[in-house]
Design a protein around this ligand. Structure first.
Ligand code: NDP
Length: 335
């Protein structure tokens, strides 16, 4: 198999030297295992966290180990019950062309006649379900309320924005750059903003005349700064990601300590600020699996993918993901 391993841990932003492309023989297939050929590899922001050795909700990737990642894969050999040769599955296949994994680790069988296979990594997979489940569990959006979401051309943000429109909310969607901003308008949001534009904070303020009831937090940073003064009492903030700081070293940032003011605001305005990991909401998967294909087929939910060709191009594409160079759900096509 050709694979990419973590060669060293990054100091700040990851660089090419943190990865190593290598060829190794495949291990022999043991009982209960399957041999997979990976067709699509998902690249996701959480992978930045796996490169660091520190406390998190999941253990880090070990140095010299293959980078973790979900794949759409084909079963080439099987010693696992219920997994036949030729079947297409969603698997923890990693950054490699082939993988030997335990049959138990395979979470979904995919229908080759159904939606495009790559959607199992995006809008009809983990990121789409992240949007769907946390909006229900934490957003508790009411018709007529105002929702704001950034990273809104990506699989989480675009799904949040469109689900919120279906639920009758006023939606302000934010992305970086004019091309992405223009794309957001095609999703039917009420206002689309470019967070890199000068005067972004004023534009956001003007876009929410009734304040913000739900801020779906994907990014942190200067977008969060612009949002905080505009929140309504009892606003809900599902804290999904803070990608603006994934490459930051250390916790302390220079400048005044804003933590007391933030906690005071949470109290005064009775804000709900709740972090979550998508796995917290597994109980909602059956209804998501039932409804999302229908919404995709009838065009109520649209999605965009950014498909990169070839495993060797995965590191560069991953660096771009952390800086907004991807435009839509980032996947690597491996065949
Ligand atoms: P995206 O495809 O949206 O890619 C990330 C985007 O973040 C970039 O394209 C860029 O978009 C934006 N971004 C990067 N840096 C900044 C910045 N400094 N300020 C504002 N925006 C920035 O990724 P996903 O949809 O896969 O993920 C979105 C978020 O959801 C991430 O934070 C991710 O970690 C989180 N997540 C959390 C899960 C959970 O279980 N809690 C599960 C899945 C995802 P732009 O060019 O528009 O700025």
């Amino acid at each position: 198999t050709t694979r990419i391993v973590l060669a060293s841990r990054p100091q700040g932003a990851p660089v090419a030297a943190n990865f190593r492309l290598e060829q190794v023989p495949l291990p022999a297939l043991g009982p209960g295992q399957v041999l997979l050929r990976n067709r699509y590899l998902s690249l996701d922001p959480y992978m930045r966290g796996r490169m660091d050795d520190g406390p998190s909700y999941a253990p880090p990737v070990a140095v010299d180990a293959v980078m973790e990642g979900q794949t759409v894969a084909e079963v080439l050999q099987s010693q696992a019950p219920g997994l036949a040769v030729g079947e297409l599955v969603l698997a923890p296949g990693g950054w490699q062309t082939h993988a030997v994994v335990a049959g138990d680790a395979i979470s979904r069988h995919l229908d080759p006649a159904g939606l495009p296979l790559s959607t199992a990594l995006g809008v009809y997979g983990m990121p789409g379900f992240t949007a769907y489940s946390s909006l229900i569990e934490i957003g508790k959006l009411q018709p007529g309320e105002t929702l704001v979401v950034a990273a809104a051309s990506g699989p989480v943000g675009a799904t949040v924005a469109q689900l919120a429109k279906l639920q009758g909310a006023r939606v302000v969607a934010i992305a970086g750059g004019e091309a992405k901003r223009a794309y957001l308008e095609t999703l039917g949001v009420d206002v689309a903003l470019d967070h890199r534009a000068s005067g972004f904070a004023e534009q956001l303020s003007a876009a929410v005349p009734d304040g913000i009831d739900v801020y779906f937090e994907n990014v942190g940073g200067h977008v969060l700064d612009a949002v905080l003064p505009l929140l309504n009492d009892f606003a809900r903030i599902p804290v999904c990601g803070t990608i603006a700081t994934y490459n930051a070293r250390g916790v302390a940032q220079p400048g005044p300590d804003r933590l007391p003011a933030l906690f005071s605001q949470i109290l005064r305005q009775r804000l709900t600020v709740r972090g979550f990991i998508v796995h917290d909401f597994k109980h909602l998967w059956p209804e998501f699996e039932r409804d999302m294909p229908q919404w995709l087929r009838d065009g109520r939910i649209k999605y965009r993918e950014d498909v990169v060709q070839g495993l060797e191009n995965a590191p560069e594409a991953f660096f771009g993901l952390l800086q907004g160079r991807n435009f839509g759900k980032l996947v690597v096509k491996l065949d």
